[in-house]
Design a protein around this ligand. Structure first.
Ligand SMILES: [Zn+2]
Length: 215
């Protein structure tokens, strides 16, 4: 198998509602949130891990194509399986479908978003949203003390970069369609946590370009 070209889908992710992808640490931050969003430890700026978007694209497309094996991701490893070919065969080191064709980069704020954040008045005390979430006790109907969940507010935009490696026998257009469909399915679902409560609605915008053609 020979690598023929590398295509890139480049664009933006717009947050239609507040989004929360949790970091590993749940320590109380300076802002006093019980649960913080994942941030770059050097800059302190939130980002969307490529692994989160890739995982969500995969699970949504698996459902749409009926390629789940029970509750597990597809691991058939067949050369004609779009899931295993594009996203990788789950825990199957002997897959005929290898190598994984997709690379989803981490998403960072666009320069427009950084500008928007920079122009906010200082007395606002930061741009991240602290949302109080009440847990209602169903038997008594009383609320427990609310937890403060940090969210990235609606309206901000992130970069979107997806690379697709096309090998000699691959159907390039079909693979691109699967990637585009996966993005549309994520738009009709959510990214990050608490999606059933309205968090994480996103909108993707982008287009394909050839970044490298191997002769
Ligand atoms: Zn498969």
């Amino acid at each position: 198998m020979k690598l023929r070209k590398i295509c890139k889908y480049e664009g933006t992710i717009t947050l239609v509602t507040g989004l929360a992808i949790r970091g590993a640490s749940n320590e109380m931050g300076i802002g006093g949130a019980d649960s913080e969003v994942i941030k770059n430890p050097i800059t302190g700026e939130p980002y969307l891990p490529g692994s989160s978007l890739k995982g969500k694209m995969r699970s949504q497309l698996e459902r749409a194509l009926g390629r789940m094996s029970g509750s597990e991701p597809c691991k058939c490893g067949e050369r004609d399986c779009p899931i295993c070919t594009i996203f990788g065969a789950h825990k199957n080191p002997k897959a005929y479908s290898a190598p994984t064709r997709i690379i989803v980069r981490d998403s960072v704020f666009t320069s427009e978003s950084r500008e928007k954040i920079r122009s906010l008045p200082l007395e606002r005390g930061g741009y991240l949203e602290l949302k109080a979430e009440n847990m209602i006790r169903r038997n008594s109907g009383t609320a427990e003390s609310p937890r403060f969940m940090e969210r990235i507010p609606a309206g901000l935009t992130f970069t979107l970069e997806i690379l697709l490696q096309i090998f000699d026998d691959d159907d390039e257009n079909k693979m691109k369609k699967h990637v585009e469909n996966a993005l549309r399915l994520v738009e009709n679902s959510y990214l990050g946590g608490s999606g059933s409560r309205g968090y994480g609605q996103v909108k993707f915008n982008g287009e394909w370009k050839d970044v490298e053609v191997i002769k």
